[in-house]
Design a protein around this ligand. Structure first.
Ligand code: AMP
Ligand code: MG
Length: 346
């Protein structure tokens, strides 16, 4: 039984994972409302919240599974906000030391990368290894507030970076665009909601590096172009046109994501396509990527909604699924925080 702790940013989360049956329980305290007032995450406030919430969340977990059954502790050691990561590591190490069980550090991004496989394990825990083997090599798209990357997972479950963003992440582009339009934080869900009643072709925003053969992403030009467009408009016109603005802006972001994924797929050799990270919640993105995967006759796997944002379920799962693939840090009780840990090397 693995106990996982996650506190890389603004979610305090705890999960219990039993390799024989899957996730036994997941508990999370989100700080979105607290940070909404500031339009972004305030690290000092975030770490205080983690300090406050780990205890009660763990108490709830131990009602479901007695502490004595836990044989390993997994904790996010990076990337993330240093003060926030430190809270999770302190809690994890204290528990591990007092129970005499090992503690392992999990790379938050790699946990996102493996999150689309959680349902595969849940549906048939005993045959998971064989089922996963049929889906590798895998092409993954990770889209979150801080990262946008295409990566592959090979037959040995090793992750290799194919591309990343040269400037803003996709979620960041949506959040900054939303801010320019006076929408709430985080912006992605607000943009998606308004976009439902707007036209994706009303405004011709640049399709971020869509013409080039590189797999890398770039969203800063798109954001600037939105700013110029808004500067040309009167406040009441912006208000009236918000659904069109959102739909067109979102379409440009999604076009870049799907176009690069398709390019990567065309290079060949993959047996499945995956989608993970906070932006994976976007239903337009989901259906566009699913279409691309279907056209290439590839199974499409996406992280479940509860595993798209920050959560401990994916941390526990990655600690187990990555066992020998080199993605888990086993430095023991001297484990350190790694605020800038990359997903993988190119
Ligand atoms: P993460 O960084 O993985 O915690 O995810 C947060 C990011 O996901 C933020 O940039 C959000 O705006 C974005 N996001 C969340 N839900 C959606 C959605 N439905 N559509 C687009 N972006 C979203
Ligand atoms: Mg995350």
């Amino acid at each position: 039984m693995i106990l996982a702790l996650e506190s890389s940013c603004d979610e305090t989360a705890v999960a219990l994972f039993d390799p024989a049956c899957g996730l036994v329980g997941e508990w999370v305290n989100s700080q979105i409302q607290l940070h909404e007032t500031y339009g972004g995450v305030v690290p000092d406030l975030a770490s205080r919240e983690h300090l406050q919430h780990f205890g009660p969340l763990l108490q709830r977990a131990f009602v479901v599974v007695p502490a004595a059954r836990i044989t390993k502790i997994a904790v996010t050691h990076g990337p993330g906000l240093a003060a926030c990561l430190a809270m999770g590591l302190s809690a994890a190490k204290s528990l591990a030391l007092s129970w005499g069980v090992p503690v392992v550090g999990v790379n938050h991004l790699r946990a996102h990368a493996f999150s689309p496989f959680i349902p595969l394990h849940e549906s048939n825990p005993v045959h998971f290894d064989a089922a996963l083997a049929k889906l590798l090599p895998h092409l993954g798209l990770l889209v979150s507030g801080g990262n946008t990357a295409l990566f592959s997972i090979d037959e040995n479950r090793r992750i290799r970076m194919l591309s990343s963003t040269l400037d803003d992440a996709a979620g960041e582009a949506l959040d900054k665009g939303a801010k320019l339009m006076g929408l709430g934080y985080p912006g992605g869900p607000h943009v998606e909601k308004l976009a439902r009643t707007g036209s994706p072709t009303a405004y011709d925003f640049p399709k971020a590096m869509a013409q080039r053969s590189s797999l890398d992403f770039s969203f800063s030009g798109l954001k600037t172009s939105l700013r110029y467009q808004l500067e040309k408009m009167q406040p009441e016109e912006i208000e009236r046109k918000k659904p069109d603005l959102c739909a067109s802006y979102q379409a440009a972001v999604i076009h870049a994501l799907t176009r690069k994924t398709q390019l990567a797929l065309e290079r060949g050799g993959y047996r499945s396509v995956g989608l993970s990270g906070g932006v994976a919640n976007n239903q337009v993105l989901q259906s566009e990527l699913e279409k691309i995967a279907r056209r290439a006759s590839q199974p499409f796997l996406r992280a479940q909604a509860k595993h798209t944002g920050d959560n401990a379920g994916m941390i526990a799962f990655a600690a187990w699924a990555e066992r020998e693939a080199g993605g888990v840090s086993e430095t023991g009780y001297a484990l350190l925080i790694e605020p800038s840990l990359p997903l993988a090397l190119r």
